[in-house]
Design a binder for this molecule. Sequence first.
Ligand SMILES: Cc1cc2nc3c(=O)[nH]c(=O)nc-3n(C[C@H](O)[C@H](O)[C@H](O)COP(=O)(O)O)c2cc1C
Length: 485
Amino acid sequence: MATALSSSHFLARQTDWQDIGSRLSTVRPVSCQIDPMRRYWAGRRFFTARDPETAAALEQARNLFEWAYGFRRPSYAGQRWTRRAPSAGSLYPSELFLVLKASGHWQVLYYHFETHRFYDAEISAADRMAGALGICEGRQAILLVSVLWRTVQRYGVRGYRYCLLDGAHVASNFVHAAQTCGGDTGISLGMVSSDVEDMLDFGYAEALIAALICDSPIGGQCAPLPPLDASPSQTLSGRTECPPMLSPVLSRVISFHRETLPLRPRYSEETFVAATDSCDDLELWASRRYSAKDFTGAAISFKQYAGALVAAAAPPPVRHSDAARLIPFVIRLRAPGSSPGCARLDSAGGNSGLELDAEEIGKRLWAACQRQNIIKSSAFAIVLSANHAELASGGPTVYRHTVLNAGFVCAELYREAARSGLGTTSIGGFSDLHIAALLGAEGISPIVIQAFGAPSLDGVKVDAATICGKARASEPALNAMRILQ
Ligand SMILES: Cc1cc2nc3c(=O)[nH]c(=O)nc-3n(C[C@H](O)[C@H](O)[C@H](O)COP(=O)(O)O)c2cc1C
């Protein structure tokens, strides 16, 4: 009982710090690249394979990495470079490492997306680390790492949640690409631990958030390489910065992240359900997926609406089993064939929340989502949430896994939208308390919102979510301070 209570308090404090109005989370955004990863590649030779098997494995991994997270050139005036996975504020905190046995030795290789090359991360304990991850000869692991400060410098403690969601998009893309064009390799989510993270000799504020374990070298035949847009040269020149050692907000995020890592790995047996994408699907979501800039408010079809609801309620091909159950809700503003309102989409089903008209729902949703205009003109929004008690009793590891699972579902929602021609965007900037109140759902922790509607093609995408420099601490943040005193 005591443990459940203290873990519930611990998580309450951590999520209060993530509150979008928390004064304990104020940061000042930096105006240059945050690139501690430079150390792996700047002025160094890229890794070359000494035998044909390793060369083939590297080529395959490179192709799949590019499908999952490669750069995409701007497709309209004013747009910045984007990547094949969405990212809160286009800050792209995720980085990928490949662990494989090359010419008889375990190697950890960093993949640099601008030069499209692998670099040796020179990890001295690579053998022990492979053992701790549970990979033996013939297997490979893909490590998902977050450079936390890239996102935290703008979004404060809330940025940790965004890093996990961003990483989940990359992992989901990788699994889809591997299953579509990489043969029948089984891929499972490994259990990362603080042991494994320590063995990676990472720099300050670099976090190992997930590992994908491939049960054989990926793919029988080599996956095709997607079009490689010329390097954006974002970090090849210009000023770069490393994460600061003295930011209390960053320290809070790091210590929470460390709490989410169990000391030793525990293995999950779950392998992913095969994705059923065709090569055309892969091309569609990897090259043409985008986050809507705004919605026109025009009608959408019932088929588009129903397709998104089915994708929200279905288990995604990638998921952690050691996680709280995701509870999807829909908030309808102008959904076809349904009156405005909120409803739970899982087996508990049924309408929830107050009976309000579309305008009032739009107003409340807008106020809860940091007054981001995009949400007002959406047709409907899906809120992925979890039961707070279930999250708290599982502890921080379950929290990380649950947020990753929510990210995997969002990745499916982006794909569904690309297939059906709907506009969509993830919305991470919202007040958890106000969204739970709008849903009329007690004890629910909203994790992420996915807004849908007829896309507006004018203007430039602006991610209007913000957290920095809020003057007034919100009620939950004050409670958090009281707990601390
Ligand atoms: C975790 C997460 C949170 C996001 N939050 C917001 C948000 O609050 N508001 C918004 O307009 N866009 C949001 N976005 C969308 C990003 O702004 C978008 O992914 C980024 O601009 C890159 O554009 P692209 O998805 O078209 O490649 C979010 C994306 C992610 C992955």
